[in-house]
Design a protein around this ligand. Structure first.
Ligand code: ADP
Ligand code: MG
Length: 455
């Protein structure tokens, strides 16, 4: 028998080392290396034919591979996937414990079981717990197959004729090939690789649940993402009922798509009228808040940005940002300081985007500047005013994409005034009778417009 090889794997970044080290040479974290058994290398096939590639051919001769998409029965979920589930794909659903991953996948498994053979491989809960949940959610799924187990090698025997399989969760399963405990980087990676082989060889779609560790990375951090076809994150505050489903990787669709759900006693229901949930009730009363029509994937929604400015008590002014890139914040603070004479250098600045959504498009620059200026001048912005536009380092407001959709959304939400890049004016002038459109060429113009009495 071949000697079993072991390596030391960092539980944070997955880097390997032949010896134990106190500090991971790759990510610099201390005491994260753990010993793991290396699976024996796959014997190389010796026959020449196994290696032979198909002949290269020009693009025009390549046929289309048809991706058949199947609806999960939850429209928001389909949207995030890019229009439905692609057969034979590997979908990872990550999220904090208790966020509702098992709930939504039980619902989807039940929906799919009406027409397909679906297996729910539960490593965390017993079959009766899953049944109780299905009953609580009032799901009709008498044909849904349940199996309770933790050994991934056993799963293969249960897969005859199965088209969809839910694995709950990847951290709770293990394979005999490694001696380390379940949930370790090696186990997670090896189990996921096994599932990938099964998915591709037998054309089974796997939904894999993965818990997010305290640091926010999927356990077995990052080692899973490259294996998956689609990586979804389920986010939201446990106390609040809204949940956001976001794709961070998708081989079959757009990753900027988000799905909005509400967690109720009867399960997770998609929110089709998501407008207004990213706005606060009290906006317009306090300084430092502004609204921007943000485009995420195919949809546009009004999102509120809140900022707070306090006097710096320690030497170095603090900047903190949730939902908006930190570098973007510091950059725009510098632009406001230099181009508009608003001095933030002796102030701490805090930024938060309502509802836990992340804004990463340049079009939210103008609203962020408006919120910061409002906080600085301590003057609230009118409740029914929205703003969008990209801000350059010169203080110039640049045109953005989807101006028409954004203005439409503002009209729909009952906004009365929208500030937008002057270069976008032409495409939206037809809405002028429904909403007051304020074209802005420079950042200074916006500030004069919002706060007319300031110099
Ligand atoms: N009996 C119940 N009635 C209502 N809601 C429940 C019940 N049991 C669990 N929940 C809700 O479901 C959530 C757990 O969902 P679950 O899908 O098990 O999470 P995850 O699999 O992501 O850890 C809990 O946070 C709770 O809000
Ligand atoms: Mg669960």
């Amino acid at each position: 028998m071949a000697k079993t090889n072991t390596v030391f794997v960092c539980s944070e970044c997955g880097a390997t080392s032949p010896r134990w080290l106190g500090r991971c040479p790759s990510c610099g974290k201390f005491n994260t290396l753990a010993e793991e058994v290396v699976a024996p290398p796959v014997e190389k096939p010796t026959k020449k034919s196994v290696y032979s590639l198909p002949h290269a051919r020009p693009l025009r001769e390549v046929g289309y591979e048809k991706f058949e998409r199947v609806s999960s029965g939850i429209c928001e979920f389909d949207n995030v996937l890019g229009g439905g589930i692609v057969a034979g794909s590997l979908i990872l659903l990550g999220g904090d414990p208790g966020i509702g991953k098992s709930t939504i996948l039980t619902q989807i498994a039940a929906n799919l079981s009406a027409k397909h053979k679906v297996l729910y491989f539960s490593a965390e809960e017993s079959c009766s717990q899953v049944k109780m949940r299905a009953e609580r959610l009032k799901l009709t799924c008498q044909d849904l197959l349940l199996v309770n187990g933790t050994r991934i090698d056993d799963l293969e025997n249960e897969l005859d004729g199965v088209e969809y399989c839910v694995v709950d969760s990847i951290q709770a399963v293990y394979t005999d090939d490694l001696s380390s405990s379940s949930g370790s980087v090696g186990q997670v990676r090896e189990c996921a690789t096994k599932l990938m082989r099964l998915a591709k060889s037998r054309n089974i779609t796997f939904f894999i649940i993965g818990h997010v560790t305290k640091e926010g990375a999927l356990a077995g951090p990052k080692v899973l993402e490259h294996i998956m076809d689609t990586v979804l994150y389920f986010e939201g505050e446990n106390q609040e009922n809204y949940r956001i489903l976001r794709a961070v990787k998708n081989r079959f669709g757009n990753v900027s798509e988000v799905g909005v759900f509400e967690m109720t006693g009867e399960g997770i229901i998609p929110v089709s009228d998501y407008s207004g949930i990213f706005l606060s009730e009290s906006r317009g009363e306090e300084a430092g808040c502004s609204v921007t029509p943000a485009q995420t994937g195919n949809r546009c929604m009004n999102v509120e940005i809140q900022t707070l400015i306090t006097k710096t008590t320690f030497g170095q002014p603090r900047r903190m940002s949730l939902g908006i890139d930190y570098n973007k914040l510091t950059l725009l603070l510098a632009v406001l300081e230099r181009r508009c004479g608003l001095h933030f250098s002796s102030n701490d600045v805090y930024v938060n985007v309502m509802g836990g959504i992340k804004l990463n498009e340049p079009a939210c620059d103008l609203a962020l500047c408006a919120a910061l200026a409002s906080a600085y001048l301590d003057k609230p912005i009118d409740r029914y005013t929205a703003a969008f536009g990209e801000v350059g380092l010169t203080g110039e407001v640049r045109a953005v994409q989807y101006a028409e959709k954004r203005v439409q959304e503002c009209v729909k939400m009952g906004f009365k005034r929208v500030l937008l890049p002057a270069k976008n004016l032409k495409s939206v002038s037809k809405y002028a009778d429904k909403i007051s459109i304020v074209p802005v060429l420079y950042l200074g113009t916006m500030i004069k417009n919002l706060f007319p009495k300031e110099d």
